[in-house]
Design a protein around this ligand. Sequence first.
Ligand SMILES: [Ca+2]
Ligand SMILES: [Ca+2]
Ligand SMILES: [Ca+2]
Length: 406
Amino acid sequence: MNKKTINYLTIGLLSLFFAGMIASCKHDDDEVLTPTDPVVEPFKGLDSVYTIERFRVLSIPTQLSENLTWSINDSLISQNSELEFISPKATTYPLTLKIGNNADAKVYHSKIRVTKEAGVLSKYISKVFDFRPAVGQFMNEIPEYNQGNTAVNMLQKANASLVGSNSTMISLGGFGGYVVFGFDHTIPNLDGRDFKILGNAFFGNAANDPRSGNCEPGIIMVAYDKNKNGKPDDNEWYEIAGSEYFKNTTVKDYSITYMKPNENKTPVAGSEDWQADIEYIKWTDNLGNTGFKTRNVFHSQSYYPLWFTDASYGFTGTRLKDNFYDQSGNGSYWVGKSYEFGYADNAPNNDEASNIDISWAVDRNGKYIKLPGIDFVKVYTGINQEAGWLGEVSTEVAGAYDLRLK
Ligand SMILES: [Ca+2]
Ligand SMILES: [Ca+2]
Ligand SMILES: [Ca+2]
């Protein structure tokens, strides 16, 4: 290699280097400037055909403010400026869009071709995004905490528990404790109930009310991945308005704070001279109440998530009326009443009450919102109650599945 060649090479490499720098600068600019939502062209009529896989949402934005009527055959399917269409069936639908009112309405025709998906879809949970439990008697046990585990490790364990068809149970602890999970497709919102959340609820054989027993209702929130970025964003969440939502016994925006306990202030948990610790974990709420989560004789490990290092932590959400009561009158037989519909871990897994209709979703003002489907679910414990010797009421989640994907 002569000197000239080396010079050319150097210049070439330098040019590449600068080109690379420019490219990377440009890339950075792009990242800053890229809008979250795609730019929408002005409406120029419908395409002759749209193609989408089943269990995916097809969006046809028009940006029009006139009266719109989207229909398939004779069925009206939407009156929004943006059509969001999803189908569980691979078939072709004739689509009609009518713009404006009767006499001078413009009518456009198209087709939506729904194809079978390329890969294999799972009807079960595909990913757990977040796990932040409250304090409770199953804390650090399901899933199991090992010395040195971090929040990342515990999230992996929640994934190992909940993903797929062989899911096992995790406990969310007392009020507010939550888990967030998602699916590998959009669960369509069709007529009736669309998905099921599994728990460990059962009705008591000796309960006077046949729909009472081990029912520990959890609030359900749902999110449709509107911006299609593969994760739930804050503005995509809606609460499922269960049977108690509109009652004045339900407290919205209830906040609770749990204080880390001094594990050494009583005799060693489980030892001979140890009694149930009735002043174990102090809590305060935004209504001015304060109380203690007790430690019972059945569970001697710490009830405070040991991977949380803060001296206190808290939650805000919808609080349901206490549902456990002492049927025996002497403290020996406590049962929890199942609420009618719309909660997790509130009825046996084979009961219709464990199935959820996406149409029950409401916005922050309690107004029903029509979602085409959902990609993510959040469940949190909706009760703040100590049920005698049973301890705190805590929602368990043991999986979930799409009722539409067969
Ligand atoms: Ca539905
Ligand atoms: Ca999103
Ligand atoms: Ca339970």
